[in-house]
Write a protein of this length. Structure first.
Length: 180
């Protein structure tokens, strides 16, 4: 299982642990306004260490089952980004869904692109996945650039795909096939 990878002199990507609940809560509080246009509306409890610990406990069960994986970008002890592979389907599909965000202070620095590359390598080489999908809001040019740079191809547009910022919003769908 993935442990850690140094992306820059200051930032590492590593698997999230239950002990990261406090860092997760602090990152979500710090980035609340930054993430609001891109995320579902969350209840106040979402921004607490207790909620994040419960969520990490659920995700650790998914990790043990091979159904999902969660990674954090860390600058020292501070969480500055999160990357998830979720909805992993085995059998003939061997596919998963990628989602991610980067702290407002670190956007535009290439960290998302570097981390996505590492997550894709892990998905292909260690998890044996064949395909990864991702979706972005129509106006999320930054995430679209990250996905395109990583080799994702646009495969369609899904009307009213996810409820983001309180509204059902259209998304551009992407995929990358890891075994050509």
């Amino acid at each position: 299982m993935f442990e850690s990878c140094q992306l820059t002199e200051d930032v590492d990507l590593r698997s999230l642990r239950l002990s990261d609940a406090s860092a997760l809560a602090a990152a979500y509080v710090r980035n609340r306004d930054h993430l609001a246009p891109w995320n579902p509306v969350h209840p106040e409890v979402y921004y607490t260490e207790a909620w994040q610990a419960a969520d990490m406990s659920r995700r650790l069960v998914a990790i043990e089952a091979g159904d999902g994986f969660s990674f954090g970008l860390f600058s020292g002890e501070t969480l500055v980004g999160r990357f998830n592979l979720a909805g992993i389907s085995r059998g003939p599909f061997q596919s998963g869904v990628l989602s991610y965000w980067v702290d407002t202070r670190y956007t535009g620095c290439g960290l998302a692109s570097a981390a996505v590359q590492v997550v894709l390598e892990e998905a292909r080489d260690e998890l044996g996945l064949h395909r990864i999908e991702a979706a972005t809001l129509l106006h999320n040019a930054g995430s679209q650039r990250v996905l395109q740079k990583a080799g994702f191809q646009q495969i369609g547009m899904a009307p009213r795909y996810l409820q983001i910022a309180g509204t059902w919003q259209d998304h551009i769908l992407y995929q990358i096939v890891l075994h050509e």
